[in-house]
Ligand binder design. Structure first.
Ligand code: CMP
Length: 138
């Protein structure tokens, strides 16, 4: 069993497709172990995406991520990190496989509906950024 962090970004919440996204995760066998809805401050978005701080899109990305509520979840399952990324599709929606969340819903490389951890170390760090152990169901 593996855990990964998933965020439904402000564009996903704005489009009222939280249920559609969660259905896709659950129907592939991922189980929600923690869930919260929160509007990130600019500082919280900058901290979360600190790894991208020197990238040209950092300012715009952190503005976008703090522009409205997001849904933050811990997903658990076999090979959860890879499975979540498969369900999301490629970061660039133009390259995302048909039937993935980003292929169906994203409108730009930045407004790409969902975020998912990319490796076990980042998953552990990202989960701990938002949740304490007490918030995560056994
Ligand atoms: P995410 O998986 O959340 O990780 C970093 C985010 O930066 C990415 O999704 C996109 O929303 C955003 N982004 C904006 N421009 C780019 C870009 N050129 N390359 C990669 N990510 C980008």
């Amino acid at each position: 069993m593996e855990q990964t962090l998933s965020i439904i970004k402000p564009d996903g919440v704005q489009k009222n497709i939280i249920g559609d996204i969660i259905r896709r995760f659950e129907s592939e066998g991922l189980v929600i172990k923690a869930l919260t809805m929160h509007q990130l401050t600019k500082g919280e978005a900058q901290g979360f995406y600190a790894v991208h701080k020197d990238r040209p899109f950092f300012e715009s990305l952190t503005d976008f991520m703090s522009s409205g509520p997001v849904v933050i979840m811990v997903l658990q399952g076999i090979d959860a990190i890879h499975l979540n990324r498969k369900i999301m599709g490629a970061t660039n929606f133009k390259e995302a496989e048909e039937g993935t969340i980003r292929s169906d819903h994203a409108s730009s490389i930045e407004h790409n509906i969902v975020h998912g951890s990319d490796a076990p170390e980042t998953a552990a760090w990202e989960i701990a950024y938002f949740f304490s152990n007490l918030d995560i169901m056994a």
